[in-house]
Design a protein around this ligand. Structure first.
Ligand code: ADP
Ligand code: MG
Length: 561
């Protein structure tokens, strides 16, 4: 532990570190993680200004170190002031001092010796920003009994900063921020057992097993843990002239579980939960068409990069980092997410709920899941019932058609074009002048999509042929929505949506009775899709009822008569 020199301080000084109670929790949890803790207990009273206590079983500090630690710009984490080699979460050496400035803080610590040390610092009255704590005068040091590890208790936060208190949100909101931040550490570091208590009541506690699904079970509950898959991948990204090894570890909830906001896409870079929009977008691109347009997934993804590829020193409260070659890293992230989802082999069948709501699980297993599906029959001309191993599958005919149409259209657009059938006689559509102009400017694309059409004067267009993917003939008016979509630009996501909309056009969907052969063919084609288990707009195509559900419902033991 040492004082940083002036020059280094100037490079890293951050300004105001403690702006709200959640910031205290973040800094203390990061210190505990840096100390190699395997168990971290967090207790919060009220909105956090009353009391925050973080206890860890990390390596602790000696008496001398403890006394130095609460001074400003003292750290054990920048051995040679080299910011490009930071492998810890902390490096500025100002968190403990900043907290002590605005609260009453007691640090009790032991590095494994017979006695521990307790350091109490009482935040002095209001001080002008940037002035150093009056060394010694408000610091008390004692010896204290404690096993190896460190406990920091912070009381009366902002007692000497009335303006800060004013700017806090309602207590429930401040606690929500705290719990959201702790959840992020818990999900992104499943190897550490984290627990959070609020006003004496346990909010959650993770087991520290190292398995992201166990952490998700503790934080989110059974549904998310069951409806998700893990990622564990190593890839290489080109950063400047060098190759960087990128490790990706985490949890991806299936598209059957989504959220209206992106707050549950949690990403850590080198162990710190950060907000890096480029990486969040990469994760969402990895879900691709599995996600309905306005929905966001539930994800915890820890990205590890060599320290030289990351600058952690770009934000006063370390909420984000700068990546060298962010695009290359984003590409790696997108691929890993998309691979993990397409090979996902999940539905943890153990410990499933017995209520019937939960009995129908959207299926998200590997593509081979439909290989051995046998059609048993149909229900209301809408659903196909199939047998597959221990599951009874219910396939939504419409959704299945949409998925198949969509993949066909996409493949066709990329190669020889969509199958098309002539209209005899041709249809005539009245369109706006802009749409008529688009018929000419997008002529190639329309042809690849299976349209044969041309302006016919007076705001009309003559349609001579329409797309017919899967032998189903599109209605001539699909041209209109296709033109609207084409005019909205060159954005590749918009193109996917265009195909998805076209694939879902009512005229292309099966509503009528299928023969047994048709039904079998539909299931086979669905199984051959790249992503069989969601329609192009992200809704499930297949639900599964595990035999165990039925057995339990009928109060039998599965497979034992
Ligand atoms: P930083 O983390 O940037 O070094 P802090 O003010 O947060 O700055 O902590 C100062 C120093 O105190 C750290 O470098 C570390 O050596 C020590 N320290 C703080 N918290 C703990 C802890 N929970 N366990 C062990 N050492 C700690
Ligand atoms: Mg720190």
């Amino acid at each position: 532990m040492r004082r940083l020199d002036r020059e280094t301080v100037d490079r890293i000084a951050a300004g105001e570190v403690v702006t709200r109670p959640a910031r205290v929790v973040e800094e203390l949890v990061e210190n505990a993680l840096d100390a190699g803790a395997e168990r971290i207990e967090i207790e919060v009273d009220g909105d956090g200004t009353e009391r925050i206590r973080v206890a860890d079983d990390g390596r602790g500090m000696s008496a001398d170190e403890a006394e130095l630690a609460v001074e400003r710009h003292t750290t054990s984490k920048l051995p040679d002031c080299d910011l490009t080699a930071v492998e810890t979460l902390g490096f500025r050496g100002e968190a403990l001092a900043s907290i002590a400035d605005v609260a009453r803080m007691t640090l009790t610590t032991n590095d494994g010796g017979p006695r521990g040390t307790s350091v109490h610092v009482d935040g002095a009255g209001p001080r002008s920003a940037g002035s150093r704590p009056a060394a010694g005068d408000d610091v008390t040091v004692d010896s204290a009994g404690r096993g190896r590890g460190t406990t920091v208790e912070v009381r009366d936060l902002f007692h000497n900063r009335p303006a800060r208190v004013e700017s806090l949100a309602a207590p429930a909101t401040e606690f929500e921020r705290i719990s959201d931040r702790v959840a992020a550490y818990a999900l992104l570091r499943p190897d550490v057992a984290l627990s959070l208590e609020h006003d004496g009541r346990r909010v959650f506690a993770t087991p520290g097993s190292g398995d992201a699904a166990d952490a998700a079970l503790s934080v989110y509950g059974r549904e998310v843990a069951r409806e998700s898959t893990t990622v564990d991948a190593t890839a290489t990204a080109t950063v400047g002239d060098e190759k960087a090894t990128v490790e990706l570890r985490g949890l991806l909830a299936y598209p059957s579980i989504t959220r209206a906001s992106a707050d549950h896409v949690r990403i850590a870079v080198n162990g710190r939960p950060v907000s890096v929009p480029a990486l969040r977008r990469a994760v969402e691109r990895g879900y691709g068409s599995l996600l309905a347009g306005d929905r966001h997934p539930v994800v915890a993804l820890a990205v590890s990069l060599p320290p030289w590829a990351v600058d952690p020193n770009v934000h006063p409260t370390k909420q984000t980092v700068a990546l060298r070659a962010a695009d290359a890293v984003a590409g790696v992230v997108e691929d890993a997410v998309s691979d993990a989802l397409s090979t996902a082999d999940l539905r943890r069948s153990a410990d499933v709920a017995m209520d019937l709501d939960a009995a129908l699980d959207p299926v998200d297993t590997a593509a081979s899941a439909l290989d051995d599906a046998t059609v048993l029959g149909r229900f209301r001309d809408l659903y196909l019932l199939c047998e597959a191993d221990d599951d009874l599958l219910v396939i939504d005919q419409h959704a299945a058609h949409e998925r198949i149409n969509y993949e066909r259209l996409r493949a066709a657009v990329e190669s020889e074009g969509v199958e098309s059938v002539p209209l005899d006689p041709p249809a005539t559509l009245s369109l706006s002048p802009g749409q008529v102009a688009a018929v000419e400017s997008h002529a190639d694309e329309l042809e690849r999509l299976g349209f044969d059409c041309e302006p016919f004067g007076g705001g009309t267009v003559r349609v001579r042929a329409v797309p017919a993917p899967l032998g189903r003939v599109a209605a001539p008016d699909t041209l209109e929505s296709t033109l609207t979509a084409l005019r909205e630009g060159e954005d590749p996501n918009r193109r996917d949506e265009l195909l998805a909309d076209l694939a879902c056009h009512p005229s292309l969907k099966a509503g009528d009775e299928l023969t047994d052969d048709d039904a079998a063919a539909l299931v086979e084609r669905l199984g051959a899709c790249e992503q069989p288990f969601a329609c192009p707009h992200g809704r499930p195509t297949v639900l599964a009822i595990d035999e165990g559900h039925l057995a339990r419902g009928f109060e039998r033991h599965p497979r034992r008569g």
